[in-house]
Structure formats: C-alpha cells, structure tokens
Design a protein around this ligand. Structure first.
Ligand code: PLP
Length: 406
C-alpha cells in the first residue's frame, strides 16, 4: 500500500458521499470468520457484512463456483434464460412455501417487488370492492432505503428529509394484535412483517403472534408478506424463520445471506399471488444474473444438502446465548439479551460504540442496531472456539467497565 491507512481514508472521505459513519479500518481480505486490514491486523468478524457472509469469508466452494461461472457467462439480462437462475429458483421453491421467484439485487429491491406484487394482486382481486392498496407494517421495523421500502419502514429516523413518502403504509406496535386488528380498513391489502425484527434490535415475536397475524390475513383476505432479508437463509437456525411458527406467508423477501457475499435479492410468492405479475409488470436488468445465482446455489446447497449446518447454527446460537446469560449475571452493563440462531442482541448500559471501538483494539468486529444495542451476526459457519474467543473479549471489555463504574 503506497499510502497510509489514514491517507486512504482522507482520500475516501473526499470522494465518497457521506452516507456512512465508517470506522477507520480498511479491510483487505477474509478467511472463514476472520478479516484482515491493510496494517496486517486480523479481526474476528461478528458482523459478516451485516448478516451476509453466511458461509464465512472466501468459502472455497463459493469462490470456485463464482470463478467457474465468471469464466463462462456474467450477464445476459432477463430477455433470455440462464441455467443458474432456473436452478436457484427451483431450489428456493423446493425448500419453501413458494411456487414462483422474482430475482433482484438487494433487500430493498426485494421489498419493493413484494409491495408492488401485493398491490397488483389486491387491486385485481378486489377491483369490484374498490381499490385496496394499504399495507400495515410494524413499528421499529426495517425494510430498506428505496422510497416504498423506506415508507414501509417503521422508524421515522430513516425517513426524515425525504417527504413526501409513498402513501399507503400504516404502522402498529410489533406483537400487538389488538392494534393490528384496529388498523385494518377496507383498503388494506397486506400485512408486512419481519418474522424477527433485525435492525430493530433482534425482536422476537411473542408465542402465537405470527399465527394470529396469519389468521387475521385469512379472515380479511389480505396477503401476509414476511421480510426475511435478514432472518432468511439459515440465520435464525431454520432455513427460513417462518418455519419456527408453523405458518407460511404468501410473499417472502430474501437477500443478504442468499448470495453469501455476492449481491442478490429475491421475492417469492405462492402461485395464485405470483400470477398478478405478467410480462412487463416488473423487471430488473441485473436481477438473477448468472454470477449472483451461482453464488446463491452454493449457499442454498450448503444449507440444505445435509441438516448439519442449520443444526450448527441452532447449537451455537444456544451456546452463545448461554455464555452471554452467564456474563449477564456478572455485570449490570448487560441489561437485555435476545436471540435466535446466530442473530443476537444485547442491550447495554453504555454506548454500544464504546464496545465496538474497544473490540477493534482487541481484534473483533461488532455492530450495533441503536445507541445502546450491540448485535452479533457472525458467519453461520463460525466455530465454537471462535465464540469462546468472542465471549472472552466481550467479557474483558464489559468487566473492565463494570469495575471502573464501581
Ligand atoms: C429485514 C430487512 N429488509 C430489508 C433490508 C434492506 O436490505 P438492503 O440493504 O440489501 O437493501 C434489510 C437490511 O438491513 C433488512 O434487514
């Protein structure tokens, strides 16, 4: 590197839009659950590209499949078929409630596609009863940054300065059936929920909540959309988080872990709903491109060819929660602990940023979902010893601060 880290960062600040409050690290390469910066320092990665690097960094099979695909075909558009796209759609259909798949490139695009499909379906089906377009979503939810997904998001902090938002979205508290029922009008087309709120701080649904929402949708002939952009592809310990509830949605969105690090999004639906989209209804130039789909195939094959990886996620999730619970007994600085599979959040009695910065010094990457909530979203392939290392470091950071407070 002909310039120092500091000089590169200064250059970056001068040419990149100031949309991110980045940490002063320039990462160079990764292997498994570790990443290394340009100064040669290695970090244990409990962020994994924000719940993306499901198979860890540079998984050999994923890399080999990408290389092979890159040497034969990168992009042809959706004017034609490609085998990786057909194969990935087939796998997703085989392993989910869905019958049809639309591919795009990110989470927010998958949510946009879901919103458009829900509106189109509802307006066709219910034309005789007047147009239905409203979507009820949850407070504290996160669905993305493009305008409709942002309007669906139940956190005003992301919406400030972007008015007018897309009309037709209402928000009710998560886990509150009474508020959900009250919000329904003759215009309501769908309910949109994350089956576990991710960016909202890993909020788990109460027992029976998702089932009750499903029943409500059936009663009012509304669609149920699950945004599994973060929870999907094994993150929660099931291939899809909805599986834990015993009910299925009508539409589901995926992205993040689906490509294991390569950008891809998908919107899935059951047959009757999917038929509302016809040629010309919706499209994406890059959506489902062969390279992205070959990455998706490597990920879904690993997650489904044997139950081992999903079992590993469930086991290590419980193991981590147990260890964190023990740590919680020792320090009042852990005030809340929530998790399922390998998505875990800790509410802290200090700014999460302090812990993140202390973590960098000690060679670990953490992430936060709010000022005081730390989130752990490591690769699904993380090893038990790496969890132990994380606990040791986190314990060191928190105990030091616990003693300092006394
Ligand atoms: C549940 C959920 N939906 C949508 C998104 C948006 O995804 P992307 O950043 O790929 O657009 C996110 C991102 O965090 C998410 O967690």
């Amino acid at each position: 590197m002909e310039k120092s880290t500091k000089e590169w960062i200064t250059q970056g600040e001068s040419v990149l839009m100031p949309t991110y409050a980045r940490f002063p690290l320039i990462l160079k390469r990764g292997k498994g659950a570790e990443v290394t910066d340009y100064e040669g320092k290695t970090y244990l990665d409990f962020v994994s590209g924000i719940a993306v690097n499901s198979l860890g960094h540079c998984d050999p099979q994923l890399v080999a499949d990408l290389k092979k695909q890159a040497e034969s075909l990168l992009q042809v558009s959706n004017l034609y078929y490609t085998l990786p796209q057909i194969e990935l759609a087939t796998r997703l259909v085989e392993h989910s409630f869905a019958d049809k798949v639309f591919f795009c490139n990110s989470g927010t695009e998958a949510v946009e596609a879901a919103i458009k499909l829900a509106r189109k379906f509802a307006q066709q089906k219910k034309a005789e009863k007047g147009k239905r377009f409203e979507i009820i979503a949850a407070e504290n939810s996160f669905h993305g940054r493009t305008l409709a997904a942002l309007s669906a998001t139940g956190q005003t902090k992301y919406q400030q300065g972007f008015a007018p938002l897309v009309p037709g979205f209402k928000h009710v508290p998560f886990n509150d059936m009474h508020a959900m029922e009250k919000a329904i009008t003759p215009q309501t087309a769908a309910i949109l929920l994350e089956p576990i709120q991710g960016e909202g701080g890993v909020r788990i649904p109460d027992a029976g909540y998702l089932e009750a929402v499903r029943a409500l949708c059936d009663r009012h002939e509304m669609l149920l959309i699950f945004d599994e952009v973060q929870t999907g592809m094994g993150r929660s310990g099931q291939l899809f988080a909805y599986e834990a509830s015993g009910i299925v949605p009508d539409i589901m969105t995926l992205a993040k872990g689906l490509g294991g690090g390569f950008p891809i999004g998908a919107m899935l639906a059951r047959e009757e709903v999917a038929q509302a989209f016809q040629p010309g209804s919706h499209a994406s130039t890059f959506g489902g491109n062969p390279l992205a789909c070959s990455a998706g195939l490597a990920v879904i094959d690993r997650l489904t060819e044997s139950p081992a990886l999903l079992e590993h996620v469930r086991e290590l999730g419980l193991y981590t929660m147990h260890a964190l619970n023990q740590l919680k007994e020792k320090t009042p600085l852990i005030q809340g602990l929530r998790g399922r599979g390998l998505m875990i959040a800790l509410d802290l009695g200090l700014p999460a940023r302090d812990v993140i910065e202390a973590g960098h010094k000690k060679g670990i990457l953490f992430n936060r979902t709010s000022d005081n909530t730390l989130r752990l979203i490591p690769p699904l392939t993380i090893e038990r010893e790496e969890i132990d290392r994380m606990i040791e470091i986190l314990s060191g950071i928190l105990m030091e601060r616990t003693h300092a407070k006394k």
